[in-house]
Design a protein around this ligand. Structure first.
Ligand SMILES: Cc1cc2nc3c(=O)[nH]c(=O)nc-3n(C[C@H](O)[C@H](O)[C@H](O)COP(=O)(O)O)c2cc1C
Length: 164
């Protein structure tokens, strides 16, 4: 997906998870969400990263504007989360996460996020981009590589995860 035409839409939102944090339930729901990402995002040309941190989700979605907005409509109405708030919405010429249909980081398995004292709601685009890049280095095993031919589990350049 490196042949971009400068007309991508980048959206980052914050939401409140309604998923039980009991290990079995959480893992099953995350597997279900990431299975949907693996099935739908490549067809839509959408890539991104999903962070779970202390009961909240932050997700980056990048792709053709119509595809991102259509996907956002579906995601926003998903009963597994609420209090949906857009943090960053911008046109972009390059993707931040071109290799991932949906990378996933559970912050419980990673070191502290950059500028951890700044709430997500007050983070600048530069701080958001830094956190997203950080998440890309601390992925959990459920992450979904962009190529459907790639294995579902990416083991490169990241520590182990509680969901292995
Ligand atoms: C936090 C969160 C993030 C999600 N991200 C995606 C996504 O990037 N792509 C996707 O297809 N579904 C995503 N989903 C799931 C969708 O809301 C929806 O359940 C799914 O796309 C339905 O697919 P289906 O109608 O083909 O079964 C997400 C759900 C949650 C709770």
């Amino acid at each position: 997906m490196s042949q971009e035409n400068g007309d991508l839409l980048r959206v980052v939102y914050l939401s409140t998870s309604l998923i039980s944090r009991s290990p079995g339930a959480f893992r099953a729901e995350m597997a279900s969400i990431l299975e949907a990402c693996a099935r739908r995002n490549p067809r839509l040309g959408v890539t991104g990263v999903l962070i779970y941190e202390r009961g909240r989700f932050v997700q980056l979605l990048e792709g053709p504007a119509e595809a991102v907005d259509a996907l956002l409509d579906d995601i926003e109405t998903d009963v597994r989360h609420g209090l949906f708030k857009i943090l960053w919405r911008t046109r972009a010429s390059r993707r931040l996460f071109e290799n991932w249909s949906m990378a996933f980081m559970d912050a419980a398995d990673a070191p502290a996020l950059p500028d951890a004292a700044t709430p997500w709601e007050r983070a600048s685009p530069v701080q958001l981009a830094a956190r997203l890049a950080f998440a890309g280095k601390h992925l959990s095993v459920l992450s979904v590589p962009v190529s459907p031919a790639s294995p579902a589990v990416n083991t490169a350049d990241r520590p182990g995860s509680a969901y292995a």
